[in-house]
Design a protein around this ligand. Structure first.
Ligand SMILES: [Zn+2]
Length: 202
């Protein structure tokens, strides 16, 4: 029992650190992103629009650069094989493959950058929404509209797309000032996490 509880905490902590990598790496202007998120929270922007708006504020990261380079090498190899098989000289095929692969790489880089901006938009929106709920709940507890023993229960969507970390957290209940296993205080625990917190009392 203790072992499995520990492994959930480790899993959650690892997952959450990974998310922080995505969210915090290569950010040029975090304040600008937060201003945009706040504006999106008022309904001024959809998540798609938010993703587009934050793109200029994020850099291409080292791991994305590596991924794009791997993609380029694979494409270049494929093109080279294709052109040589079609009867082109090795030199012409090499030049042509290089050119095509570079063009494909540029498109892929744009895609990676867009995906990451969208991941950040979704994650920041989820975090802002969960933080807002938490803030309101704490206010209600302070005002006496909710019992002082109100607790927080992790609530995942528990459907086919729910990952094993969120599934493990589903239903875990902690006090208002405690964190969830792995030291997480609020969802999201990974990019595109759809979890929320339910506030429960007896
Ligand atoms: Zn989740």
């Amino acid at each position: 029992m203790k072992r499995s509880a520990l492994s959930i905490a480790d899993l959650v902590a690892a997952c959450n650190n990974e998310m922080k990598e995505v969210i915090c790496n290569g950010i040029k202007d975090y304040d600008a992103i937060m201003t945009l998120v706040k504006s999106a929270m008022t309904g001024a922007m959809t998540v798609d629009e938010l993703g587009r708006a934050i793109r200029p504020h994020i850099e291409f990261t080292e791991s994305q650069r590596e991924e794009a380079h791997k993609y380029y090498k694979k494409r270049r190899k494929d093109y080279l094989k294709k052109y040589i098989e079609s009867g082109m000289s090795k030199e012409t095929a090499g030049k042509k493959a290089e050119k095509e692969a570079l063009a494909r790489k540029a498109t892929y880089e744009g895609q990676l950058h867009r995906w990451r901006a969208f991941d950040i938009a979704c994650t920041e929106m989820a975090y802002a929404a969960n933080s807002k709920n938490e803030e309101i709940t704490r206010q209600w507890i302070n005002e006496g509209s909710l019992p002082s023993d109100t607790r927080r229960r992790w609530s995942s969507s528990a459907d086919r797309e729910t990952c094993k970390v969120c599934r493990a957290l589903d239903g875990v209940t902690v006090g208002m000032d405690e964190s969830f296993p792995g030291g997480v205080t609020l969802p999201p625990v990974h990019p595109n996490c759809r979890c929320a917190v339910a506030y429960v009392f007896d």
